[in-house]
Design a protein around this ligand. Sequence first.
Ligand code: IMP
Ligand code: MG
Length: 174
Amino acid sequence: MDKKEIKILITEEEIQHKIKELADKLNAKYKGEKVYLICVLKGAVMFAVDLAKRLNIPLSMEFIRLSSYGSAMASSGLVNAVDISLPNLNDKNVIIVEDIVDTGLTAKFLMDFINANFKTKSTVFCSLLDKKSTRKVDIEPDYYCFDVDDKFIVGYGLDLDQQYRNLPYLGYIE
Ligand code: IMP
Ligand code: MG
């Protein structure tokens, strides 16, 4: 694969600052309560780990893996549940942690999946990025860190063909 030029969009410092602000909100909201944080692999891995480190509530971390079919830079609209095994979440506080809400189909799939299988105490959807302009279904994350334009974002967990997830910042490909 040829080397693409990545433009920095959001720096490592900006990401960490926003995550701290989000963690402060979540620590206040769930004070003293146990929470199940569900990290949606692979894209949300960096965000979920950095967020979890700043949460000072009793926390279980779960990992599920989804993939969407389609070309590298366009969402196909089909969600493939590669591994969605979860403990019993009845009566639990659940935070779903995603990298980006783009068409919204993945977020909708996950919220529907949780609601169909469990009667949780609470469920919130928390995304690092919100790409509002490309939404196909009517869904908004309960919490997000940054709005982004319709650009293809990589870094800090997000990939292009499995590359660039390790960048500590968020960038875009022209
Ligand atoms: P959805 O279109 O909201 O269902 O998003 C599906 C998935 O596509 C997200 O969870 C991301 O993993 C991926 N995705 C969407 N937009 C981007 C992007 O700009 N860069 C990298 N991955 C993306
Ligand atoms: Mg994702």
